[in-house]
Design a protein around this ligand. Structure first.
Ligand SMILES: Cc1cc2nc3c(=O)[nH]c(=O)nc-3n(C[C@H](O)[C@H](O)[C@H](O)COP(=O)(O)OP(=O)(O)OC[C@H]3O[C@@H](n4cnc5c(N)ncnc54)[C@H](O)[C@@H]3O)c2cc1C
Length: 427
């Protein structure tokens, strides 16, 4: 049974959509197409941290070797904290569980996610404009209309089109994302553009913890493949007055980040210099951080048809602030959950399958959204002078353990025992 032969359309080929496509192929869904608006696959920003909970899923797809080849190697701990002003070591968090976190360039992760996908499933330059819900007898449940005038038919639509999702709007959800009060400056530095001592320090994942702002360094890539660089993510409190809030994103002068950290320690000044050396126009990416409130219902059913519907996945359904590095990781977990449920559901009632999926995922993604907001507060400090006394990395680690130690594959096996038919499952 299940929905193995249904025409499934994925909207959006970001890390969420591509993870779901891998999951769908792994689970054995046969009739699946992905539509991405951009003319080619690309990712905004430099680095991404994929933690153990998500690597368990990607390893099941067979991507361990491919990702490890591209990631930074032998990181001594999960995160090390330093005082913003004098650079003093404040403590660290150990890696949580196996497989360890992998830190890599976003484009490299996307390359890994493309490796096992047949070209015939991928449709680029397809900006979804609207979804027609057909009522004529014999017509396909949905006609997807793209901006270039083309159309396609589908039985099930998966909206993986990010926090500004058109699919979500098309479902009548009119809520607006909330500005977090923070912007992020994103760029990367070549280790050769840093003094040796600073380069050594930044070969670890480091957080310079400052007053209502912090600078995070993720080592991405490795020397063996000539791809090693440090991704720099500066989280700064700013009001949105001067922003074009429609775009959320701009190229900003590196000096604008420098203004925030002018009196910070020498290592942070080295980072600013390194950013300048690597940026011919003296600019870097600046992005306003938005998040949506958790959504009550992630899907809609096609009226009069029990095996057709639309559902959201990734940032379109469960966006989160990035302070626990979990947006993509949640999409990866949700992807394997939804694909497995669609493939192995015991009957043809799609609504009960969607509801089971939502019940499995929503408590966890809502909790991640809430705790990521809190983690953002803890990553910086309200009172820098007391910072060294009050800061406790062990407590931070304890707060995140439940995220990293979770195994969605086991959870699916346990909770799905009565409703999923596992006889030909690879789970
Ligand atoms: C500063 C920062 C750091 C982060 N760090 C981490 C981290 O370390 N680890 C982690 O797990 N997460 C991290 N995240 C979160 C992560 O980036 C997102 O959660 C993740 O990229 C969401 O993936 P998505 O595919 O759901 O959405 P998106 O990445 O937004 O992708 C949506 C895709 O849909 C396409 N699209 C949009 N509209 C249409 C349309 N109408 N028709 C067709 N295609 C469309 C877009 O072109 C895009 O390719 C971070 C986020 C930020 C801002």
């Amino acid at each position: 049974m299940g929905f193995e032969d249904k025409r499934i359309a994925i909207i959006g080929g970001g890390l969420g959509g591509m993870s779901f496509l891998n999951a769908a192929l792994y689970a054995g869904l046969k009739n699946i197409q992905l539509y991405e608006q951009a003319p080619q696959f690309a990712e905004v920003g430099a680095g991404v941290n994929i933690t153990s909970n998500a690597n368990r899923v990607l390893d099941a797809f067979g991507l361990q070797e491919s990702m490890t080849r591209k990631s930074s190697r032998k990181l001594p701990c999960y995160m090390e904290y330093h005082n913003y002003k004098n650079g003093e070591y404040l403590g660290h968090i150990e890696e949580f569980s196996q497989p360890p976190a992998r830190l890599l360039h976003r484009a490299h992760l996307l390359d890994s996610l493309k490796e096992r996908v047949p070209e015939s499933c991928l449709n680029l330059g397809k900006h979804l404009a609207s979804i027609e819900r057909n009522t004529d007898a014999g017509a396909a449940p949905y006609t997807l209309k793209f901006q270039d005038g083309s159309t396609t038919e589908a039985d099930i639509v998966i909206g993986c089109d990010g926090i500004k999702s058109n699919v979500r709007r098309d479902m009548g959800l009119a809520d607006s994302p909330n500005y977090s009060g923070q912007v992020v400056y994103r760029g990367f530095v070549d280790y050769k553009d840093l003094p040796e001592e600073t380069a050594q320090l930044l070969r670890k994942t480091v957080n310079f913890r400052g007053p209502q702002r912090h600078v995070l360094i993720l080592p991405i890539g490795n020397q063996e493949t000539g791809t090693d660089r440090a991704a720099i993510i500066g989280f700064m409190s700013e009001t949105l007055d001067s922003w074009d809030s429609e775009s959320w994103m701009s190229r900003s002068e590196i000096s604008s980040l420098h203004e925030h950290v002018r009196d910070w320690c020498p290592q942070v000044q080295d980072i600013i210099e390194g950013l300048r050396k690597g940026s011919p126009d003296g600019r870097m990416l600046k992005q306003a951080l938005y998040v949506r409130d958790p959504l009550d219902k992630w899907y809609e059913m096609k009226s009069g048809q029990k095996d057709s519907g639309i559902i959201l996945l990734g940032d379109s359904a469960h966006s989160t602030l990035p302070h626990q590095g979990q947006g993509t990781c949640m999409a990866i977990e949700s992807g394997i959950a939804l694909a497995t449920i669609l493939r192995h559901w015991k009957n043809d009632d799609l609504e009960s399958a969607f509801q089971f999926y939502q019940n499995l995922r929503k408590p966890r993604t809502d909790r991640v959204t809430q705790t990521s907001f809190e983690a953002g507060k803890l990553a910086s400090s309200d009172s820098p002078d007391e910072m060294n006394n009050t800061f406790n990395p062990d407590a931070l680690s304890e707060r995140m353990k439940w995220i990293m130690e979770y195994n969605v594959l086991e959870d699916l096996r346990a909770k799905g025992a009565d409703v999923l038919d596992f006889h030909d499952s690879r789970l």
